[in-house]
Design a protein around this ligand. Structure first.
Ligand SMILES: *Cc1c(COP(=O)(O)O)cnc(C)c1O
Length: 388
């Protein structure tokens, strides 16, 4: 058995670009390098054809229409476009916004921006497993509520929210529903029609596609979603997002999303079996350890966030740095190590958060990698524990 170190177990942060994805992208750098807007010649036309194929690939995975997909630079931009775009479009109607304490920073920071700009925001809490309470959501919705933003699956603890139920509540209450599906794409079946989703954000690099490319699904009928564009320029993407299209990135995203939706149930099974192994072994071998987040059946199949009492996560990560790459319960922002807001929201204190690690598997992860990682983690945990 030959293993290449370090073993990558941080797939919530980003994923390896799939070989096939890279292959379909390559010609669009050096051969088919036209500007997709220059449709009066072959270079531009070929690029445009490729972009429209990718648009269909994205739309097909969501049961959306091609014209409802707007390409962006990533999920962060998509969330900004949706949130600020709706706020600005409806600003004379005193719009109210609802989101959740465990959302990705992209969503939380946009809502902070809304508040700083005079908009009204309600932040819903979650229970100890990261779920919102539907009754609480219903009560929070007001006549002037314009947008409810709730992620499909959490990037730290893997909680899968009851998206179809939330969509139904929002539709009945006549407000838009956005979901950040960045972690859910390729793991869960998403259907914007049956789930009553009005806006959906996704990203290439979380699904074995390239970085710097993403999309926003914007519903065009029943109801039509109105928003104010955030980047002005040449009126690309139906005027909603100007700027020369990132053709190789878009082609890669299309390939990645269509691959990820193929055989995802088979992959989920294999991935969750490996996740269960590492989870069960850590729980068995590390006294008083505890999973942060929901039970397996309501959690992303590739997610494990676990509290390992008595050892700082950063110490464990450093001790294994040449062997395994994984993450802690603290988010490394640009400057500082901050305790995760999601773990805080489910009730952990700072010391528990600093002693929690996050493991993210992918379809590239192998059982051998997981067996070795499990052993190494237990070994090093015990070593560090003894020293302290
Ligand atoms: C990674 C991630 C984002 C940000 O995506 P980018 O494409 O890197 O901007 C947003 N939401 C969730 C849940 C994520 O995991």
């Amino acid at each position: 058995m030959s293993i290449n170190y370090p073993i990558y177990l941080d797939n919530h942060a980003t994923t390896q670009v799939d070989q096939k994805v890279l292959e379909v992208m390559l010609p669009y750098f050096t051969k088919i390098y036209g500007n997709a807007s220059s449709k009066n010649h072959k270079f531009g036309n070929d690029a445009s054809t490729a972009v429209e194929k990718a648009r269909s690939q994205v739309a097909n995975c969501l049961n959306a229409k091609d014209s409802e997909i707007i390409f962006t630079s990533g999920a962060t931009e998509s969330i900004n476009l949706a949130t600020k775009g709706i706020a600005e479009y409806f600003k004379n109607k005193n719009p109210h916004f609802i989101t959740v304490a465990t959302e990705h920073k992209a969503t939380l920071d946009c809502h902070e921006w809304l508040e700083n700009n005079g908009y009204e925001v309600t932040l819903l809490g979650v229970d100890s497993e990261g779920f919102i309470q539907l009754e609480e959501l219903k009560k929070a919705i007001k006549d002037n509520t314009k947008l409810v933003s709730i992620m499909t699956a959490n990037n730290e603890i893997g909680t899968i929210q009851p998206i179809a139920d939330i969509g139904k509540i929002c539709r009945e209450a006549n407000c838009y529903f956005m979901t950040d599906a960045t972690q859910a794409i390729g793991k869960l079946k998403l259907d914007v029609e049956s789930m009553n989703i009005d806006l959906l954000a996704g990203s290439g690099h979380k699904i074995h596609g390239p970085k710097g490319i993403g999309f926003l699904y914007v519903r065009r009928s029943n109801p039509h979603v109105y928003l104010k564009e955030q980047i002005n320029g040449g009126k690309h993407e139906r005027s909603m997002r100007s700027g020369t299209l990132n053709v190789p990135g878009i082609v890669g995203l299309g390939q990645a999303i269509s691959q990820s939706s193929k055989d995802f149930l088979t992959h989920n099974k294999l991935i969750s079996k490996m996740r269960d192994h590492i989870e069960n072994e850590l729980l068995k071998n590390i006294k008083n350890s505890k999973v942060n987040g929901p039970k397996k059946e309501h959690r992303l199949p590739n997610n494990l966030n676990i509290y390992l009492p008595g050892v700082e996560a950063e110490a464990l990560i450093i001790s294994l740095s040449d062997k395994i790459s994984f993450s802690s319960g603290s988010a490394c922002t640009t400057a500082s190590i901050e305790p995760s807001h999601a773990l805080k929201a489910i009730g952990l204190n700072d010391s528990q958060i600093h002693q929690s690690i996050r493991i993210g598997l992918s379809k590239k992860t192998t059982p051998d990698q997981i067996h070795i990682s499990t052993e190494l983690m237990i070994q090093n945990y015990k070593k560090i524990k003894q020293l302290s």
